[in-house]
Design a protein around this ligand. Structure first.
Ligand code: SAM
Length: 365
C-alpha cells in the first residue's frame, strides 16, 4: 500500500499516544534501544504470549465468501470533518477548533486558500518523523488541554496530546456506525469486545446503543481518559468493563474460560506493549490474535472487525488471514481501506479521499 510506516510505539503509553497510526498518526515503532541488555531481556521474557502460548487451530472448511475491495468512506460526523488536505498536512474541524496536523498521504496541493490554513486554532508543530512527539502551537490564543466533542451520540474529550493525536480516530466512524446498527437491531443485549480500545469512543457508542461492553487497553492513562469520557456524557450507568491489560493475554484467558462476544473490534498498533511489558508485534502476533478472536466469537456472532494502520502491507494480507481464520464459519469477509473524504469549510463539499488505514471484517452474511 501507499502508506508509510510510522506509528508511535507503544509502551503502555500516555493517553495521548494512542499507540499508533499510519502516517505518523498512530505510528508505532519498536522502542529505542536505550535499555541495557539485561533490561531488554527482561522485557523479552515478558513478551506477550505468542505462538508458544498455543498453536494456531487447524482450520478446515471453505473460506468465507469475499467482498473486495471495499472502501469505507466517511465525510465526517458529529463534530468532526476533514476540511482540506495537501502538502503533507491536513486541516480538520474538531468541534469549535480548526486544527492542522501532519498527513503523509496528502501528496497534492491544498484546495483552499492559504489564509484559510493560517486562520486556525491549533497546529501540531512536532517532529513529523515516525517517533515524533511534538508541540502544539495556538496561533489565535492559548487553548486548554481538553475540550468536549460529540460523535455518533456520545460525548468525549478532545485533547492536544504530544503525539499529535486528539483522542479519536474519526475514520473509524464507519465501523462504529455499522456496530451501532447491529446493536440497535439485535433485539438482545449484544456483548461487544473492544481490543486496543484507546479513549473508549467505540465502547461508549456500543454501550449507548445497548451493548454490554468489555474494553481492553494497556494504558492506564487511556483507560482513565475513557472513564472521563464516560462521565462527561453521564453514561456511568452503562455496562462497560474497563480493563487495563495486555490484549492478547486477555483474549487467551477469555478463551480458556469459554467467554464469548457477539462483536469484536480489534485495532492493534504495529508495535505495542502491555502493562507488564508484554510485547505486541502485529506481524508476529496477529495470526494468533485472530485465531483466538474466532474462538471467542459467540455462536450468534455478528462480526469481527480488524483495523490496521501503519503497516507496509496490502489489505489482501489481512483479508486472506481473516478468510483463513474464518474457514468453515460461512459468512463473508470484506476488506479494503478506511478513507476520509474532504468536506470543505461547510462540511458538505466533497473533495479528495484521504486514505487512513486498512481493514478486514468478517460478518455472517
Ligand atoms: C491505535 S490505538 C487504538 C485506537 C482506538 N481503537 C480508536 O480508534 O479510537 C492503540 C491502543 O492500543 C493500546 N495498546 C498498545 N499495546 C497494547 C497491548 N499489548 N495490549 C492492549 N492494548 C495495547 C494503546 O494503549 C492504545 O490505546
Amino acid at each position: 500500500m501507499r502508506q508509510k510506516e510510522r506509528r508511535p510505539g507503544h509502551k503502555a503509553q500516555p493517553a495521548g499516544s494512542p499507540g499508533n497510526r499510519r502516517n505518523d498518526e498512530r505510528s508505532s515503532h519498536p522502542p529505542k534501544a536505550v535499555k541495557p541488555v539485561a533490561a531488554r531481556e527482561t522485557v523479552r521474557e515478558a513478551a506477550a504470549p505468542g505462538a508458544s502460548e498455543r498453536p494456531l487451530k487447524d482450520r478446515t472448511g471453505n473460506r468465507p465468501h469475499e467482498r473486495v475491495p471495499v472502501i469505507l468512506e466517511s465525510l465526517g460526523a458529529g463534530d468532526f470533518h476533514l476540511i482540506d488536505s495537501g502538502t503533507g498536512l491536513k486541516l480538520e474541524q474538531y468541534g469549535p477548533y480548526r486544527i492542522v496536523r501532519p498527513e503523509g498521504q496528502a501528496l497534492w496541493q491544498p484546495s483552499l486558500a492559504s489564509h484559510v490554513w493560517e486562520k486556525v486554532d491549533a497546529i501540531f508543530t512536532g517532529d513529523t518523523d515516525e517517533e515524533g512527539t511534538g508541540r502544539w502551537r495556538f496561533p489565535k490564543e492559548a487553548l486548554g488541554e481538553t475540550w468536549p466533542l460529540h460523535l455518533l451520540g456520545v460525548d468525549f474529550y478532545g485533547r492536544f496530546t504530544s503525539f499529535r493525536h486528539v483522542g479519536v480516530f474519526p475514520e473509524q466512524i464507519v465501523h462504529w456506525s455499522w456496530m451501532k446498527e447491529q446493536v440497535e437491531a439485535a433485539g438482545r443485549p449484544l456483548k461487544v469486545l473492544n481490543l486496543f480500545g484507546y479513549t473508549g469512543v467505540a465502547s461508549l457508542v456500543a454501550a449507548a446503543a445497548g451493548a454490554e461492553v468489555t474494553h481492553v487497553d494497556a494504558s492506564k492513562k487511556a483507560i482513565s481518559w475513557a472513564r472521563e469520557n464516560q462521565a462527561l456524557g453521564r453514561l456511568e450507568k452503562l455496562p462497560i468493563r474497563w480493563i487495563c491489560e495486555d490484549a492478547m493475554k486477555f483474549i487467551l484467558r477469555e478463551e480458556r474460560r469459554g467467554n464469548t462476544y457477539d462483536i469484536i473490534l480489534t485495532d492493534p498498533p504495529k508495535f505495542g506493549r502491555g502493562p507488564n511489558g508484554e510485547v505486541w508485534h502485529l506481524f508476529e502476533h496477529l495470526p494468533l490474535m485472530l485465531d483466538v478472536c474466532r474462538e471467542i466469537l459467540s455462536p450468534q456472532a455478528l462480526g469481527l472487525v480488524l483495523t490496521a494502520y501503519s503497516i507496509r502491507a496490502s489489505f489482501y494480507s489481512i483479508h486472506e488471514l481473516m478468510r483463513e481464520t474464518m474457514r468453515g464459519a460461512g459468512g463473508v469477509v470484506e476488506s479494503g481501506e478506511l478513507v476520509i473524504r474532504e468536506a470543505g469549510l461547510d462540511g458538505k463539499t466533497r473533495g479528495r479521499a484521504l486514505s487512513t488505514s486498512l481493514f478486514s471484517r468478517w460478518v455472517p452474511k
